[in-house]
Design a protein around this ligand. Structure first.
Ligand SMILES: Cc1ncc(COP(=O)(O)O)c(C=O)c1O
Length: 442
């Protein structure tokens, strides 16, 4: 790492921090100044083991030479190129590389700058696709309770995390929600996919009966819901959703912003579960989190429906200034090469049983009411403090950071998703420290 110690900024007031308890943070800042492979270095010179791959995004770990070098080179060669009506080679190369890594059938790639933008893009493509085929009445979007699809208006409308929605007005109209699949009474402490809950997909039939299939454009779900606390799809659930969507001509969108690029030990959750959606949203691991970038993947059937009419006309009135930008494309190419060269998705699959055993060894530890895992992702759910939900998990997060591990919390759930380069002794450190933290919590 470059420097052992770096000064902290002395005025923290201007930066309104995202998804942060700003007042708490600014009283006791947690400042990261450098990172290498599995560790962050703090401004007070401590190493912190990264148990979350940043924000579920640095799948190859930090400061990876190939990615750093690709960005450096690209910045000196072609810093920016207009994204509309112009191209540059690396965006095409990256689209091809993503397609080659994706499940068969996902042939086209639309670039964005984040998971939230990928979600908005997929929802818009879904609605416009039906219209292009003469089914303009299909405008409804179906999400799921506890779903997280980023923070833009489409995403929070189909999303189901109440705090992310409730103060932002009336949102998109024509949205309905499936029930979530979290059934702790039947499924607590399940390793991998839970047994119970496939029937919850059948609720889609009721939604179709209520609104009419001819009004519904798409269903969007996370194949494995990460941000809401690692909720795994019950066995048979995704298959059933796919069947019902196909039966009614509804598009199925998998939000793979977290599950994409190896998190479950396969390139995508669609591969892992053997269920192919019509659209997939990605971001995060696409560039190892280093440069903002997202991508929506889709099938020839959807893409080709837009490729009609006079050829001088724009087919889809949508895109971003930075869609497929040169530096992000270079970072994406180097990232995918790093994953491939180091066999990181296979590595995640190999390490998953050790990860699972380590996580589940916390069963019986103070406050723990459920443990869930799959691939290199895991959640430990804590009994909330009566009258003060989220406080216990937040205290765990603060104590864990003091003891040298970075975890993430959502509600009273601790979620972990380490870089796929994690070694067994890192797992031991992560889980051992967490055990101490939990035992010491009120
Ligand atoms: C499933 C899912 N969709 C969308 C997003 C939003 O991504 P971003 O924060 O890059 O906008 C996230 C972020 O965690 C996510 O987990």
């Amino acid at each position: 790492m470059a420097l052992d110690r770096k000064p902290a900024p002395n005025d923290l007031s201007a930066f309104w921090m995202p998804f942060t308890a700003n007042r708490q943070f600014k009283k006791a800042p947690r400042m990261l100044v450098s990172a290498d492979r599995m560790h962050y270095r703090t401004s007070d010179g401590r190493d912190v083991l990264d148990g979350t791959a940043g924000l579920w995004c640095c799948n190859a770990g930090h400061n990876r030479p190939k990615i750093v070098e690709a960005i450096r080179q690209q910045a000196g060669e072609l810093d920016y190129a207009p994204a509309f009506q112009m191209g540059h080679p690396k965006a095409f190369e990256l689209a091809n590389a993503v397609r080659d890594m994706a499940p068969a059938g996902m042939e086209h790639v639309f670039f964005t700058n984040s998971g939230s933008e990928s979600v908005e893009t997929a929802l818009k493509i879904a609605i416009a696709y039906h219209r292009a085929r003469g089914e303009g009445s299909r405008t409804r979007l179906i999400g799921r309770e506890r779903g997280y699809h980023g923070v833009n208006f489409g995403g929070i409308s189909v999303g189901g995390i109440v705090n992310n929605r409730k103060v932002f007005g009336s949102l998109l109209n024509g949205v309905d929600h499936l029930p979530h699949t979290h059934l702790p009474e039947q499924n607590a402490f399940t390793r991998g996919q839970p047994e119970h809950g496939a029937h919850l997909a059948d609720e889609l039939e009721d939604i179709v009966a209520l609104h009419g299939a001819e009004t519904i454009a798409a269903v969007i779900v996370e194949p494995m819901a990460g941000s809401t606390g690692v909720l795994l799809p019950p066995k048979g659930y995704l298959e059933r959703l796919r069947e019902i969507c196909t039966k009614h001509g509804i598009l199925l969108i998998f939000d793979e912003v977290i599950t994409g690029f190896g998190r479950l030990g396969s390139a995508f959750a669609a591969d892992h579960f053997g269920v192919l959606p019509d659209l997939m949203t990605t971001a995060k691991g696409l560039t190892n989190g280093v440069i903002p970038m997202g991508a929506v993947l889709t099938t020839p059937a959807i893409h080709d429906a837009f490729m009609q009419g006079p050829e001088h006309l724009i087919e889809l009135f949508h895109g971003y200034t930075y869609s497929g930008s040169p530096i992000a494309s270079a970072a994406g190419l180097a990232t995918l090469e790093t994953y491939r060269e180091e066999g990181l998705f296979e590595r995640a699959a190999e390490m998953a049983p050790y990860w699972e055993d380590a996580l589940h060894s916390l069963k019986g530890t103070r406050h723990v009411i459920d443990i869930r895992n799959m691939g290199l992702i895991g959640a430990i759910e804590l009994e909330p403090i009566a009258g003060a939900p989220t406080k216990r998990a937040f205290s765990a997060f603060l104590k864990a950071y003091d003891k040298g591990i970075m975890i993430r919390t959502t509600g009273d759930i601790i979620a972990m998703s380490p870089p796929l380069i994690i070694e067994k002794d890192h797992i031991d450190q992560l889980i051992g420290t967490l055990r101490e933290v939990l035992q010491g919590l009120d």
